[in-house]
Design a binder for this molecule. Structure first.
Ligand code: NAP
Length: 281
């Protein structure tokens, strides 16, 4: 049986620190405020939004939703972001992605104030991650994976880590964060050959495909530490990770569950970045 790397304990720890910071800020009459910008009413976005607002409430952060029509132009969206950039009551800005296809994401990413960029959309913040500089804002999901590794004292220095994902929101920034901790990182993707061999030779495997139960017991061994970032529905419509948990959990050393793993830490990371934004703005 594996050690289960539960996200709730990590999130609780982060939230404790946030509450203390919010209390300190309130002594100076400063209240962290998150602006959520949403285009259209995609059910996934709305449910994520509700969960963010609930989480904000629980630690004393305020959240304000800016709902725009799904057909809003790039120009109109930039106008709103620029207003939020100069609004002193707003600490951080979160623009829900993926944006509708007609929106020029590059323009949007560049329009957000780098000091309010709590979801690390701006290329300047992303570049910092690639430079190994942690003074900016990090993308929340890879940071959540890192927090889990840190919280459970999983050593990284000199370890072989395989990351199966090369997206700019998960795999690439995560690889840089791992590298900063002196891990030896291999990034895998859909064209990688011999994935079994690579994952089996790794000390830690981070997977983020979005393919329910893709990884079975053949990919791992009794020493594997498995961090499952993937979230999708299985054949029965249940939320599942990329790992076939029933088959893999009994044979590996440590594993994050889905749900209750990386996803449950991600929002806490976002909140901690809103507090950081409040401090620096
Ligand atoms: P994405 O852009 O679609 O990336 C998927 C990655 O998986 C790509 O790099 C792709 O390779 C690789 N891949 C696909 N099939 C593969 C295969 N058979 N073998 C090896 N690699 C394969 O998705 P994303 O936005 O990064 O998100 C990935 C997953 O993370 C999704 O399940 C998403 O829901 C989840 N996610 C979770 C959180 C959280 O907080 N837990 C947050 C964000 C995303 P190519 O590059 O070659 O296509």
């Amino acid at each position: 049986m594996a050690d289960i790397l539960k996200g709730n304990a990590v999130a609780k720890d982060i939230k404790e620190r946030i509450r203390k910071d919010v209390e300190e800020l309130s002594k100076e009459n400063r209240i962290p405020m998150l602006a959520i910008v949403r285009l259209g009413d995609n059910p996934g976005d709305i449910s994520y939004e509700k969960s963010i607002i609930k989480n904000c409430d629980s630690v004393g952060i305020k959240a304000k939703v800016y709902e725009l029509d799904v057909n809003t132009t790039t120009g109109k969206l930039v106008e709103l972001i620029e207003e939020l950039n100069i609004d002193n009551s707003i600490s951080g800005i979160l623009v829900f992605r993926p944006l509708p296809k007609h929106i020029d994401e590059e323009i949007i990413r560049n329009s957000i104030s780098t000091k309010k960029d709590v979801d690390c959309m701006h290329p300047w913040n992303l570049e910092k991650i690639f430079e190994g500089d942690i003074s900016g804002f990090a993308p929340c999901t890879p940071k959540a994976a890192m927090e889990i590794i840190k919280y459970y004292d999983i050593p990284l220095e000199g370890k072989n880590v395989v990351v199966v994902n090369r997206s700019m929101v998960v795999g690439k920034p995560l690889a840089m964060m791992l590298l900063k901790e002196n891990a030896t990182v291999t990034i895998c993707h859909s064209k990688t050959k011999g994935l079994h061999t690579l994952t089996n030779n790794a000390d830690i495997v981070v997977v983020a495909l979005g393919k329910a139960k893709f990884f079975d017991e053949r990919y791992f061994n009794e020493k594997s530490v498995v961090i499952d970032v993937g979230v999708s529905e299985d054949e029965n419509g249940r939320i599942s990770g990329d790992v076939d948990y029933e088959k893999v959990e009994p044979i590996v050393d440590k594993i994050t569950p889905v749900p209750g793993g990386v996803g449950s830490v991600t929002t806490s990371i976002l909140l901690s970045q809103v507090v950081h934004a409040c401090k620096i703005n």
